[in-house]
Write a protein that binds this ligand. Sequence first.
Ligand SMILES: Nc1ncnc2c1ncn2[C@@H]1O[C@H](COP(=O)(O)OP(=O)(O)OP(=O)(O)O)[C@@H](O)[C@H]1O
Ligand SMILES: [Mg+2]
Length: 489
Amino acid sequence: MKLFHSIRTKLTLWYTALLGIMLLSFGGISYFFTRSTLSDNLDRSLHSEVTWVNEFIEPKAKKVRLKRSALLELQQLKKSAAAPIETEQISTDSAAVDEIWNQIYQHTILSPRRQYIQILDRNGDLLYRSPSLGKQSLRFTDIPYGWIKVVTIYNDEGHELRIASTQNDYVKILVAYPMEELNEVLDGIFMIFRILAPIALLISVIGGWFLAHRSLKPVDTITKTAREISAKNLNQRLPAQAVDDELGRLTATFNDMIGRLQESFVQIQQFSADASHELRTPLTIMRGEIEVALRRRRLPTPTRELLTSVHDELVRLSSIVESLMILIKTESGRLAFQLSNIVLDEMVLGLTEDARVLASKKKITVEILRMDPVIIRGDAGRLRQLFLNLIENAIKYTPQRGTVSFSLTRENDQAIVSISDTGIGIPKKDVEKVFDRFYRVKSDGTGSGLGLAIAKWIAEAHHGTIQVSSREKKGSTFTVTLPVSPSAS
Ligand SMILES: Nc1ncnc2c1ncn2[C@@H]1O[C@H](COP(=O)(O)OP(=O)(O)OP(=O)(O)O)[C@@H](O)[C@H]1O
Ligand SMILES: [Mg+2]
């Protein structure tokens, strides 16, 4: 997908992923840190509670009998036994015990936390239970004397309790805190994280996308402009960046590079133009001199044949140099057009006469199939050259007694010139390439392969097209389409 081929998407995904990981670890760490701090606090205060209760009861328990049932028993004994029993002692015990429980109860009320206290005697019978416990009882698991054990349990109602227990010679003490408070705090933290994290991530995606879009926008502009720059418009430059950042420097470097390319390109063009020009004069002189020599009557036949052959080659060489010059000029945009209204049917008709002259040597028939009246706007000289290149090919690549036919059709605002032959045709694999410079199906030394390249360039310079359809050994049809002059239609 194209989306995943953009730096913008990758950047956004990257920092969203990073932020996600950071949020997760930050949330996780703060959650676990809070939990451990809170439960440490809880345990510490459970410890001190249980120690307090223990230290409160132990010295008193030495002096009084804590067990109510024991007191009742004693009272019972007193009634039935003959032996005298200190009832005094019994009633003081009972009052002292009540006082102990009372004080523990008060302590419970004053405590900032809700807590449960349960005290059992050595046999595990209940001595005291804080009112908050109601009818519930906490189970005591045995531990060595003087130890404090802290565990988490679930009570009968399914509530989580943190419970600390200890025992001394007289009693077993259990102090418990409900875990609800702590869990509520932790749930709160978790909740906040669950709401805030997606919001933060969403903001990061949108913000990241926007930032990446803003900072990478110049890249799109650079790409677009760079794509448009070709050999024909090397004077174009990428839009300069106002800021001297990575992209600004990249643009400047690119522009420098295009500048250097342009310089070399201009040099090469200049060199080629100069070279072709320099070749032209000596070639013309040589041709002239050979022509003069050939006019001599008393020339030995071998010498005449040699000179004729050299002359043919010189003609060919001159035409190559001529074509090259045209192509170089077109590429550097130095070839000027002289536009005028052209009566195309007249021009094509005139060209058929030229074709007849050229074709007569090979006894090729020239036919005119149709000749619609059409006026177009263009450069008469160049257009003649275009059609002559096609006619030359048609005759060159058609065997003796073949036919070359012409037609000029007007279709809406298009003038369509077709030149067909019954010649050797073009193999399928070559059809696409015949308009390339120097491309020839058979390199037999009879042409330079520039004719069609020039024809194509002239057609396109007139906002037209040139096409070919061909069948091997049957013949070819070249079709030139040119826009009709709007003023003349
Ligand atoms: N009418 C045609 N029938 C068959 N083959 C053709 C025809 N016209 C062009 N071709 C093929 O296309 C090639 C390119 O044509 P082009 O006119 O560009 O070059 P050329 O005729 O070889 O040389 P020149 O530059 O002298 O015209 C030719 O070499 C030839 O193989
Ligand atoms: Mg040709």
